[in-house]
Design a protein around this ligand. Structure first.
Ligand code: C2E
Ligand code: MG
Ligand code: MG
Length: 712
């Protein structure tokens, strides 16, 4: 038998196998493998010692080589049974080769079947094992994700809780328990709906919750308050989500709660600060504005509203003399007294400084608010102790009460404010009721005051001049400059209408500067036209102007600008300007006096000075108020004449000249002249008028009136 025969056999075998099994190797490799098996079978068949197990091993080998198709064994066995004997050649003596082949085929079949059985068992086992492994892995993954979830649930800083659809709490994480101060056991006995209500929950909270439970929404988020186990309150940012079954039916709810109490506290604090006065803890102006806004925004109908506007009397004195700490204490005590006076429907606020307001809602008439004002006055009547000081602090109150439809918040407060000033003007420590007519006048005054500075700039003011006559020869010596306002709508206004306002608002500074400049310009014009016959000009100074350090500079400049000798100018000031302890005004006056400017004390006799006091003052002249002229008119009043005589004597002793104001009749002229009075002013010599009237007198160069009192 040749090797070629073996190869040929192996090739045929390979073809048979390839047709029946899936063999994952190439044909040549397969043929080589089968050639090996062929050789082993031939060897066994012709061996001296016959070993039938070779057949079994070849069967096992075939299975191992994946020749496991259903036809493979049959084809293989047939091929071997047919072909193998042809390969054996001459068998050794005594060997039954054909019998051996049959045995080998049988044992091959047995080996093959055994191996195949084992192999499928192995495969099943592997599948089973793989299944097992896969399940284990899935279980592990699930456990891992659950563990992750658990860890998150336990470690989360945010509170997480779950409950069933009835609201019974089933789970709560440690953060949630800490937040509420319960143990898990206590917490899971609670019910979301029954135990978690806060009395101030908006109705919408539980409506929204109902929608979630019914499956009408999947989640909601809101800020909600809860009570803790210890009764304290917490604010939370709450998000509740609905978890559904696979079929979409609501299953349970998960709530996430973040403790936002700190933020809410801060928010509340800021809100509180915005609407409260830090010193007294009362509401502030913003709160009043807001409240009035609400009252006026609502349906007006028959509603009425009242306001008490309070201002402490003389608080500034307390503050300035005893210091701000005492002032603050005083305000606090006042605040607590006022608080006791107020009840429901009344808002007490500090508007600033020493101003307080009480807004009274739904009043029945003026009497309601007046009664409250009375109550406040009584409460304030008791002296207030601050440290060692016992302070008598009174209050002035403006009361306004009216139907809501008739007014608005701004007007209401302004009317109350103005009315309060009336209470002050009427003597303080009282209340005043709003008075429509008076209020309109006050408003007009305020408007006037506010427009004055602009009016100076627009040139709405002008000066008139009144002669100052020598009583000896009735000749013109000087003129007093008196200011007027040609108001665009109110006509010409006298100083009684606006000088006090100008002093209050400070506009007097601008106005006074203008008067001074205008008067000096006029004197220059007269000097240019009439030389030394020109009169000096007497200009009135408001007390406030003496407090302006610029006054000396202003006067110096205006004299220089007009090339005037200081003696061409006289400044009139009132006793009022020199009252008080301050040295400033006196210093200013001394400087002006030193410059040679004439200084006159105006309206003497209406104030508090007595003559000896005048010694301290740098004065040139005393102007006796018009009341003395009135006294001298009736012939019966000898007493008055003696008083005037004494005054003039003492003034002269102090080297002051004396001017009598308000001389209207020849009698007055005679009597003033008789007591030695130097100059006079009044209707008898001419009322205040335009500069051209003085021009006329200067041109005439004659007495201003004849002795019978006829003006010339
Ligand atoms: P005053 O300085 O005492 O001025 C005299 C006032 O008496 C003037 O009133 C004048 O018109 C008035 N008068 C003149 N003759 C008679 C008379 O025979 N009988 C009566 N009954 N009155 C007479 P006027 O112009 O209304 O000024 C009133 C006051 O206004 C002045 O009183 C003065 O204190 C103040 N005033 C006037 N102009 C100015 C000014 O430019 N600055 C300041 N600060 N005050 C001024
Ligand atoms: Mg005057
Ligand atoms: Mg006067």
């Amino acid at each position: 038998m040749t090797h070629v025969d073996h190869e040929e056999f192996a090739r045929r075998w390979a073809e048979a196998v390839v047709g029946t099994s899936y063999v994952p190797i190439g044909r040549r490799v397969l043929a080589r493998h089968l050639l090996g098996l062929t050789d082993r079978l031939v060897e066994a068949a012709v061996a001296v010692e016959f070993d039938p197990s070779v057949g079994r091993q070849v069967g096992v080998d075939m299975v191992a080589a994946h020749f496991t198709g259903t036809e493979t064994l049959r084809e293989t066995l047939a091929l071997i049974a047919d072909g193998l004997p042809g390969l054996l050649g001459s068998a050794p003596p005594g060997v039954d080769a054909a019998g051996r082949v049959a045995q080998l085929v049988a044992s091959m079949a047995a080996g093959y079947a055994g191996a195949l059985r084992e192999r499928s068992l192995d495969e099943q086992d592997a599948i089973y094992r793989a299944g097992l492994r896969a399940r284990r892995q899935a279980e592990q993954a699930l456990a891992a994700s659950e563990a992750k979830f658990r860890a998150m649930f336990t470690e989360a800083a945010i509170g997480i809780g779950m409950s069933d659809l009835e609201g019974n709490i089933t789970e709560a994480n440690p953060a949630l328990l800490r937040m509420f101060g319960y143990t898990l056991e206590e917490f899971t006995r609670l019910n979301v709906v029954r135990s978690m209500i806060h009395p101030e929950d908006a109705a919408s909270v539980w409506e929204t919750y109902g929608e979630l439970i019914r499956g009408e929404r999947d989640h909601f988020r809101m800020e909600k308050r809860y009570y803790r186990a210890d009764g304290g309150e917490i604010w939370t940012d709450l998000t509740v989500s609905l978890v559904r079954e696979e079929d979409g039916a609501p299953a349970y709810q998960v709530a996430l709660l973040e403790d936002i109490s700190e933020r809410r506290r801060l928010q509340d604090k800021l809100e509180y600060q915005a609407f409260h006065d830090p010193l007294t803890g009362l509401a502030n102006r913003a709160r009043v504005t807001e409240r009035l806004g609400q009252i006026f925004a609502g349906p007006a109908g028959q509603r009425r509203v009242g306001v008490c506007f309070l201002d402490l009397d003389g608080f500034k004195v307390v503050n300035d003399s005893l210091g701000h700490d005492v002032g603050d204490q005083l305000l606090k005590t006042v605040a607590s007294r006022l608080t006791r006076c107020c009840g429901a429907g009344q808002l007490l606020a500090r508007m600033g400084g020493d101003e307080f307001v009480i807004v009274v809602e739904d009043t029945a008439g003026e009497a309601d608010v007046a009664a409250l004002a009375e109550k406040v006055l009584t409460a304030m009547a008791e002296p207030i102790r601050v440290g060692d000081h016992e302070l008598n602090v009174t209050t002035s109150i403006g009361v306004v009460e009216r139907p809501v439809v008739d007014t608005n918040p701004e007007d209401l407060l302004q009317a109350a404010d103005i009315t309060m000033y009336r209470a002050k003007a009427d003597g303080k420590a009282r209340y005043a009721m709003y008075d429509q007519n008076r209020n309109e006048r006050e408003v007009a005054r305020f408007t006037l005051s506010a427009t004055m500075v602009a009016a100076v700039e627009r040139g709405e003011f002008f000066l008139v001049y009144q002669p100052l006559a020598s009583l000896a020869d009735r000749s013109l010596r000087g003129v007093e400059a008196l200011v007027r306002w040609r108001h665009p709508t109110l006509g010409v206004l006298g100083p009684d209408r606006f000088i006090d306002l100008a002093a209050e608002s400070g506009a007097i500074v601008q106005l006074g500067r203008w008067v001074l400049a205008r008067a000096c310009e006029q004197v220059r014009a007269w000097r240019e036209a009439f030389g030394d016959a020109a009169p000096f000009v007497s200009v009135n100074l408001a007390p406030r102007q003496l407090h302006e350090s610029a006054l000396v500079a202003d006067v110096t400049k205006v004299l220089l600008d007009n090339g005037l000798d200081p003696s061409s100018l006289q400044l009139e000031l009132t006793e009022q300007a020199l009252m008080g302890d301050e040295t400033g005004p006196l210093t200013v006056l001394t400087k002006l006096h030193g410059m040679g400017v004439r200084i006159a004390l105006d309206d003497f006799g209406t104030g508090y000075w007595n003559l000896p006091d005048l010694r301290r003052l740098p004065l040139h002249e005393l102007k006796l108020a018009g009341s003395f002229a009135l006294g001298l008119q009736s012939s019966s009043t000898l007493v008055d004449q003696r008083i005037v005589a004494a005054l003039v004597d003492m003034a002269h002793a102090l080297e002051l000249t004396v001017t009598a104001e308000g001389i209207e009749t020849p009698t007055q002229l005679d009597r003033f002249r008789a007591v030695g009075c130097d100059t006079g002013q009044g209707a008898l010599f001419g009322l205040p008028g335009g500069a051209e009237r003085i021009d006329t007198s200067l041109r005439a160069a004659s007495p201003l009136c004849d002795v019978s009192g006829e003006a010339l």
